[in-house]
Design a protein around this ligand. Structure first.
Ligand SMILES: O=C(O)CCC(=O)C(=O)O
Ligand SMILES: [Fe+2]
Length: 279
């Protein structure tokens, strides 16, 4: 059900440790400094053009909000399966709740992971039923986190508009139009350790469908890999940084100037990995 050795081999090689691949690091604090903002905007732009991925430091998101989000995610996944299944995906096509990584076609091999998928914004479209009730702090933690990341995404799109030479209103308006605000969803992933990590896939290769993706590493377990030139480059998460990537809609809106890069997750032999991903 999980063994996919041939598929993993056919998907391309993983580069060796010796091949340096650090994602570009963008420092949000520099955008606020008049002397540094132009060069940081150029750095952000080249990261989005060349890689479609970067790490963001000094992001300005409240550390206490991040901490509560991490704790809530960790606590939820440590519950017994019966408790998690209280919000199991239903057959109603909304794909909200808990289950195996995305719903795949019958007969497909499964990903080595579980996840919670929820619509987080706009608030008036939320259905609270699939939001975990345990741990009790979960709903508030995700609500606060979602608000912070909305603000961050708004700021990042503003810097991107400067890089692209388009008006902020034009780019922001594509995502934040009308009173409804920006649609936003979350995927919270848990990849358990696997003794044969080369035989399974934590998350099948894909590009992200939407605008911007903001990824929070809950722990320091590596696993995310980005495809470039037919090979997979493991991302080394920087402590305290977000991993940001360009999604398909931003790729299309910029006429391909910004690239939505293929990525996947491979499980770790010893340690589990948890991530909170906002789209
Ligand atoms: O867990 C990760 O590192 C990646 C998750 C991801 O790519 C996604 O949810 O689209
Ligand atoms: Fe993704």
């Amino acid at each position: 059900m999980f063994i996919r050795t041939d598929e993993v081999e056919a998907a391309g090689a993983v580069v060796g440790e010796d091949e340096a691949f650090e994602l570009p690091v963008v420092d949000r604090a520099k955008f606020l400094d008049p002397e540094l903002s132009a060069s940081e905007t150029a750095k952000l732009g080249s990261a989005c053009r060349d890689r479609g991925f970067f790490q963001l430091t000094s992001h300005g998101v409240d550390e206490a909000v991040i901490q509560r989000m991490k704790e809530s995610a960790t606590e939820f996944f440590s519950l017994p399966l019966e408790s998690k299944n209280a919000i199991a995906f239903r057959q109603d096509n909304t794909f909200q709740g808990f289950g195996h990584q995305y719903n795949r076609r019958p007969g497909d091999k499964m990903d080595w992971g579980e996840c919670v998928l929820l619509l987080t914004q706009p608030v008036q479209d939320r259905n609270m039923e699939p939001w975990p009730a345990i741990p009790p702090a979960f709903r508030e933690a995700l609500d606060n986190y979602s608000v912070e990341v909305t603000e961050l995404a708004r700021r990042l799109l503003g810097y991107m508009a400067s890089d692209l030479g388009v008006s902020h209103e034009a780019l922001l308006g594509a995502f934040f139009s009308g009173n409804a605000g920006k649609a936003q969803s979350v995927a919270i992933h848990r990849y358990p350790p696997c003794r044969h990590p080369e035989k399974v896939v934590g998350l099948t290769p894909h590009t992200d469908g939407l605008g911007l993706t903001v990824l929070l590493h809950v722990d320091d377990t590596p696993g995310l890999q980005v495809k470039r030139g037919g090979r997979w480059f493991p991302v080394r998460p920087l402590p305290g940084a977000f991993v940001i990537n360009v999604g398909d809609i931003l790729d299309v809106l910029t006429n391909g100037a910004y690239g939505s890069a293929e990525h996947r997750v491979m499980p770790n032999a010893e340690k589990g990995r948890t991530s909170v991903v906002i789209f």
